[in-house]
Design a protein around this ligand. Structure first.
Ligand code: ADP
Ligand code: MG
Length: 355
């Protein structure tokens, strides 16, 4: 048994103004069995349409979807071994928590004792073992979310689809549920496909992330790959804070920023000499030191104490404003407004992207 494979999926909508919208624009993805897989991207990039296509709530214009070797895209939704948790929990208000969880199993006419056993297992799994007799309105938002999750898991889907499932929760509860969801996914071994527009949520939860823009994945990789080795400018910009320094390719594996050469780790052999590109650098990968004429030079413009770190802005000679994050111990001989500093960046931490 293996994962979920999407081959050249396409879906086009016609907007109210008669314009064609390529909601899914030739998407191919291989999601592994038992993986916590994240679809990440800005609003309107096609995440929900892709999820609904996997569930069978939307039919593709072209392409195929396989679960293992079984082609599932021609099947109606109820015949797909897939279940969805929506943002609104949609619990039945007149039923108890246990009845809500049992609902899908009763539709399938499963034996009563088997249903009771599964319901208790699912409620225990989401840490609501004692709450089966309550009504949804007697539960908090976070608890209702967990009931919805238990209900979706009760039918033991091979794949669980979650569309912005935590976005209705307040910040603290959301953090707790992120940890809970990870645990539940690990314990059940079910493949989770989780949609979010929140990059922190994606980085902290995903085994792998597909970063989407305009109906296409721009990069698929582990959180570390996405954060440290963004494939292009869109991904670099969308995930975390980053600086873009104008640079020029000046030799084999070498780029020059304001006259200072850097031997980058990345393979840039596809670029010709003189190519105008950008070096993308994370704020925590920059160090400031006393002026030194072999490094980039700058002037500290702002210094903001953030508790765990200091964020400052440094203006380079060419006018570029850099965001820099400094961790303790703080070197107060360079960390003050107006200081002239050298700006040190390790070439290994530069990513070459388009300008
Ligand atoms: P996301 O979930 O990433 O925010 P969606 O999948 O909801 O994105 O939408 C992708 C694009 O498809 C958007 O431009 C949206 O307006 C359009 N779209 C989605 N559903 C429909 C529909 N039923 N009719 C027309 N356009 C749609
Ligand atoms: Mg959506």
């Amino acid at each position: 048994e293996s994962g979920l494979t999407i081959n050249h999926a396409k879906k086009t909508f016609t907007s109210a103004e008669g314009k064609e919208v390529h909601a899914i624009d030739d998407v191919s993805l291989a999601i592994h069995k038992g993986e916590f897989f994240i679809l990440l991207g800005p609003s309107g990039c096609g995440k929900t349409t892709l999820l609904r296509s996997i569930a069978g709530l939307e039919s593709l214009d072209a392409g195929e979807i396989y679960l293992g070797d079984q082609r599932i895209d021609p099947l109606p939704p109820y015949e797909r071994p897939v279940n969805t948790v929506f943002q609104s929990y949609a619990l039945f208000p007149h039923m108890t928590v246990a009845q809500n969880v049992a609902f899908g199993l009763e539709m399938e006419k499963k034996p009563k004792d088997e249903i009771a056993k599964t319901v208790q297992e699912m409620l225990d799994l989401v840490h609501l073992g004692e709450f089966g007799g309550r009504k949804p309105h007697q539960m908090s938002g976070g608890q209702q979310q967990r009931v919805a999750l238990a209900r979706s898991l009760a039918k033991r889907p091979k794949v669980l689809l979650l569309d912005e499932s935590l976005s209705a929760l307040d910040f603290k509860l959301r953090r707790q549920m992120q940890v809970e969801l990870k645990r539940i996914q690990r314990e059940t071994g079910i493949t989770f496909i989780f949609v979010t527009h929140d990059q922190e949520e994606a980085l902290s939860m995903g085994d792998r992330i597909a970063v989407f823009s305009k109906g296409r994945p721009e990069q698929v990789g582990t959180p570390e790959q996405i954060y440290n080795e963004p494939a292009n400018r869109f991904v670099a910009d969308f995930i975390g804070d980053i600086n873009f320094l104008d640079a020029v390719k000046s030799g084999d594996g070498v780029i020059t920023v304001e006259g200072v050469p850097f031997h980058v780790k990345q393979d840039i052999s596809n670029l010709s000499d003189g190519a105008e590109i950008c070096a993308a650098v994370r704020p925590e990968r920059i160090e400031l030191a006393a002026p030194d004429d072999t490094a980039l030079q700058g002037t500290v413009e702002t210094v903001v104490f953030m508790g765990a770190d200091v964020r400052c802005h440094v203006r380079l000679a060419d006018g570029t404003l850099l965001l820099v994050r400094i961790s303790p111990p703080f070197d107060t001989s360079v960390l003050y407004q107006g200081a002239t500093v050298s700006v040190h960046v390790e070439a290994a931490h530069m990513r070459v992207v388009e300008r």
